[in-house]
Ligand binder design. Structure first.
Ligand SMILES: [Zn+2]
Length: 219
């Protein structure tokens, strides 16, 4: 969905990302374009991802599903962690070659052809990370959020809702290790305990306004 038609939604997500990337544990904010955000109007997709160059994609289905902004911040933090830890870059390099991925990181659409760019983005949706990589990204999400105003266990809140509702059909990337969701929740809780970080949920007033500002027709 274009930013010019939905400036409010873009401003909201951009501010959220900028707060997450203020964390001192973020290393690549000079190289990556974390302020480059795309909201994709697909209400049936519970997903978000961050490309190796730091481009962040969020699906309307995920925003509409979540009850708290902290939970979206947790998922975005998780995706940023994969980019920071170069999990996706390493996987994509195997497929496309190092130079193409480097071009993608440094120049985005100007550096690689539209066809390659489209293929990289579609690969991002189906990337399968290892268990260890998912654990690392979950823990780093807690670290990032611990330095923000969001509840630091945001990513765990999202898992809890899925587990409670038994929703196994739309398995997004960050749930690629789905059978172990409960284990991931307890691992996140352990990280929270070790950091003793704040788990108070933010106000949902502007969050509800964000949801209302999204397109209402399903797509
Ligand atoms: Zn993940």
């Amino acid at each position: 969905m274009p930013e010019r038609e939905y400036p409010r939604a873009y401003a909201y997500i951009r501010e959220m990302v900028s707060e997450i990337t203020m964390s001192e544990s973020i290393q690549y904010d000079n190289l990556y374009k974390y302020d480059s955000i795309r909201i994709i109007h697909r209400d049936d997709i519970l997903n978000a991802f961050c490309t190796p160059g730091g481009y962040i994609y969020v699906y309307t289905g995920l925003i509409k599903y979540l009850d708290h902004p902290d939970h979206l911040a947790g998922v975005i933090g998780h995706e940023i962690a994969h980019a920071e830890l170069r999990h996706s870059a390493i996987r994509l390099q195997k497929e496309f070659g190092r130079d193409k991925i480097l071009d993608f990181i440094l120049f985005s659409s100007a550096g690689v052809g539209g066809y390659i760019q489209a293929r990289i983005l579609s690969q991002m949706l189906t990337l399968d990370y290892s268990r260890d990589q998912e654990t690392e990204a979950d823990e780093l999400s807690v670290v990032y959020l611990s330095e923000s105003r969001f509840a630091c266990d945001g990513v765990g809140g999202f898992f809890r809702k899925l587990v409670e509702r038994g929703e196994d059909d739309a398995i997004p990337e960050f749930l690629s290790d789905h059978p172990d969701s409960k284990k991931r929740i307890s691992n996140i809780d352990a990280k929270v305990a070790s950091l003793r970080c704040n788990c108070d949920l933010s106000s949902t007033e502007t969050w509800e306004a964000l949801k209302k500002s999204l397109p209402t027709t399903p797509q």
